[in-house]
Ligand binder design. Structure first.
Ligand code: NAP
Length: 306
C-alpha cells in the first residue's frame, strides 16, 4: 500500500509532492490529462514570488516537478476514474483498470476554466484568448479588449483590467448581470467599460493570423451581427472543479468544490489542496501554499496512525 498518493500536478500537487518526498513518505503522483495544470496553458507568470523577471508557466511547472523528483517523488501517468474512500486503505481505480491503495490521498486535481465552446476560441487560447486577467492583463496595456460573462468573476476581471486599458467591452448574454449589485454597479458606472447586453460571441477572429484580432458578435434579441476589433478576449464564465471521480465519496458544495478545513476533508486521511477546494483565490501561489499544508496534514495523520 502507498503511504501518500497525490492526484494532480499543478502547483498544489507538486508542492505536496515536494514536502511529502522530503518527509521520506515516498509519494506517488498521478499526472492527469494536463500535466502541470492550468499554468501550462499560460505564457509568462509574473506574480509567482522568486522570479524577478517572470517565468514561463510551463517552465515553472517543470522546475517544481524536478524539485520534488530530486527528493524521491514518483510520477505515473493516469486518469482516476473512480475512488472508494475507506479510512486506513483508500482505493483509487485508474482508467484501464489499475487499482492503487493508499493510506492518505491528496486531491489536487484543480479546476478548469469554462470556455464558450467555439472552435475559433479553442484555437486561440494562449494567443489572445485567456481566462485569467490576473495572469495576462498586463500584456494588453492600452489595447482594446473584451470580457465575456455576467457574474462576479467577469465584473472582477473587467474592473481589474481597467488598470491597463481604457477600452474594455463587457459582453453578456442577457440584459441583467448575475453578479452582486455592488460589483455590477461598479462596472456599469465605469467609464472605461462599455457593456454589450443580450450579446453572444459567434466567432473569435484572427485564427489565420494566429492571434486575436476581433470578435463577431450577435445580439440574441434582434439577431443583428457586427464585428469589433480587440486584441485580447477574457472569458470569465465560471470554473468547474475537476471532482467528478469523487462524487458521492466526499463532501462537496453545490458547484462541486471539495469542502475542506485546512485541507482536511470529511474523510479521514483524504486531503484537498489548490483550486479543487478554492473558488475564491485561485492563484498559483495560494495553490502551492495549500499543497504544503496538505502534505503536513498527511504527514501528521500518518504519524498519529502508526
Ligand atoms: P457565475 O456566477 O456562475 O457566473 C457565470 C456568468 O457567465 C453568468 O453571468 C453566465 O450567464 C455567464 N455564462 C455562463 N456560461 C456562459 C456561456 N456559455 N456563454 C456566455 N456566458 C455564459 O460564475 P463566476 O462569476 O465565476 O462566480 C462563481 C462564484 O464565485 C459566484 O458565487 C461568485 O459570487 C463568486 N465570486 C465572488 C467574487 C467576489 O465576491 N469578489 C469574485 C468572483 C467570484 P447567465 O447570468 O446568463 O447565467
Amino acid at each position: 500500500m502507498e503511504q501518500v498518493v497525490i492526484l494532480g500536478t499543478g502547483p498544489a500537487g507538486l508542492t505536496a509532492a515536494l514536502y511529502t518526498a522530503r518527509a521520506d513518505l515516498n509519494p506517488l503522483v498521478i499526472e492527469g490529462l494536463e500535466p502541470g495544470g492550468q499554468l501550462t496553458t499560460t505564457t509568462e507568470v509574473e506574480n509567482f514570488p522568486g522570479f524577478v523577471d517572470g517565468i514561463m508557466g510551463p517552465e515553472l511547472m517543470d522546475i517544481m516537478r524536478r524539485q520534488a523528483e530530486r527528493f524521491g517523488a514518483r510520477y505515473q501517468f493516469g486518469l482516476v476514474e473512480s475512488v472508494e474512500f475507506k479510512p486506513g486503505a483508500h482505493t483509487l481505480v485508474l482508467e484501464g483498470g489499475e487499482t492503487i491503495t493508499a493510506a492518505t490521498v491528496i486531491i489536487s486535481t484543480g479546476a478548469s476554466a469554462k470556455y464558450i465552446g467555439l472552435e475559433s476560441e479553442q484555437k486561440l487560447i494562449g494567443r489572445g484568448v485567456t481566462s485569467c486577467a490576473t495572469c495576462d492583463g498586463a500584456f494588453y496595456r492600452n489595447q482594446p479588449i473584451a470580457v465575456v460573462g455576467g457574474g462576479d468573476s467577469a465584473m472582477e476581471e473587467a474592473l481589474f483590467l481597467t488598470r491597463f486599458t481604457s477600452d474594455i467591452t463587457l459582453i453578456h448574454r442577457r440584459d441583467q448581470f448575475r453578479a452582486s449589485k455592488i460589483m455590477a454597479d461598479r462596472v456599469m458606472n465605469h467609464d472605461k467599460i462599455k457593456i454589450r447586453w443580450d450579446t453572444v460571441v459567434e466567432e473569435v477572429l484572427g485564427v489565420d493570423q494566429n492571434e486575436v484580432t476581433g470578435l463577431r458578435l450577435r445580439n440574441v434579441k434582434t439577431d443583428a451581427v457586427d464585428e469589433i476589433e480587440i486584441k485580447g478576449l477574457f472569458v470569465a464564465i465560471g470554473h468547474q472543479p475537476n471532482t467528478k471521480p469523487f462524487v458521492g465519496q466526499i463532501d462537496m458544495d453545490d458547484v462541486g468544490y471539495i469542502k475542506a478545513t485546512n485541507t482536511r476533508t470529511n474523510v479521514e486521511g483524504v486531503f484537498a489542496a489548490g483550486d479543487v477546494q478554492d473558488a475564491v483565490y485561485r492563484q498559483a501561489i495560494t495553490a502551492a501554499g495549500s499543497g504544503c499544508m496538505a502534505a503536513l496534514e498527511a504527514e501528521r495523520y500518518l504519524e498519529s496512525h502508526g
